[in-house]
Design a protein around this ligand. Structure first.
Ligand SMILES: N[C@@H](CCC(=O)N[C@@H](CS)C(=O)NCC(=O)O)C(=O)O
Length: 266
């Protein structure tokens, strides 16, 4: 491995603009181009992609739709094409990341971004999937926030360096594999003798954790011609997570969420 000595002041160059996301990554925020977004006639407008963070929100929308509580239009934001930096999307989410939701049920549209915030916004509004009992509520919020804080080590750390980095860096892969396996063990120990993550019922914590850790142990994340995360991480070592994930995967709303068809925006 060539030795890298960081300069005194970091700047963009041809090397650090490389890799799978090199063409869209910049160290700055804000809209980069004018791009309008379509708006359908349903009360909720979702702008997203079927990645783990996107699917979390698909799940709650499909669950609430199945109960006749809401309906929504879903549009595809192509993050490899840079749609997340288009002007209308940045107005909804200044952080330029999917998923983003616009709630048109009130007098004025309400923009919601961050998948955890969208889950809570909908769960609180419809009094579903978020227990009101103080202890159960605290557990649900704790596991939801655990997911939001932990998964970036899986996605931005393990997944990036294992599957997407321009070259394998042993130190980075070891560091994030260690942490990903530790998190899987946290879940595996916690899920022993439990059907759901937070308490005795299905909550937003299950919805948030399933598309990351559930997909990982079911072999649905970071699988390609040259890499297979499930094998690399020995996911059969986490049978409780696998059992829970198979149970969540059986839900019809989850299956619809995973294969949700997102309409083109242009
Ligand atoms: N914490 C955010 C993370 C969202 C996120 O990282 N979205 C990714 C796709 S899964 C994205 O839009 N990436 C585009 C980019 O970074 O430019 C959430 O949970 O909503």
């Amino acid at each position: 491995m060539s030795k890298y000595t960081p300069p005194k002041v970091w700047g963009i160059n041809a090397v650090n603009m490389g890799g799978k996301f090199g063409s869209t990554n910049r160290p700055t925020a804000g809209a980069r181009h004018e791009l309008g977004l379509p708006q359908g006639d349903k009360p909720y407008q979702l702008y997203s992609l079927n990645t783990p963070n996107g699917v979390k929100v698909n799940i709650i929308l499909e669950e609430l739709k199945a109960e006749g509580l809401l309906d929504f239009d879903a549009y595809k934001i192509d993050i490899m094409a840079g749609d997340q930096f288009g002007s209308d999307f940045v107005t909804i989410n200044p952080n330029s990341k999917i998923p983003a939701l616009v709630d048109h049920t009130g007098d004025a549209p309400v923009n919601v971004f961050e998948s955890g915030a969208i889950l809570l916004h909908l769960a609180q509004k419809y009094h579903k999937f978020l227990p009101t009992d103080t202890a159960k509520n605290a557990k649900t919020l704790s596991w939801l926030m655990w997911q939001m804080g932990s998964a970036p080590f899986v996605g931005g750390g393990f997944g990036h360096f294992y599957a997407y980095a321009p070259e394998p860096i042993e130190y980075a892969i070891n560091r994030y594999t260690m942490e990903t396996k530790r998190q899987l063990d946290v879940l595996n120990q916690h899920l022993a003798h439990r059907s759901y993550i937070a308490c005795d019922e299905y909550t937003v914590a299950d919805m948030a954790i399933y598309p990351w850790y559930g997909w990982l142990v079911l072999g649905k994340l970071y699988v390609g011609d040259d890499y297979d995360a499930a094998k690399f991480l020995s996911v059969d070592d986490y049978p409780e997570v696998q059992r829970w994930a198979r149970h969540i995967a059986e839900r019809p709303a989850v299956q619809r969420a995973e294969s949700l068809v997102l309409s083109p925006i242009k």
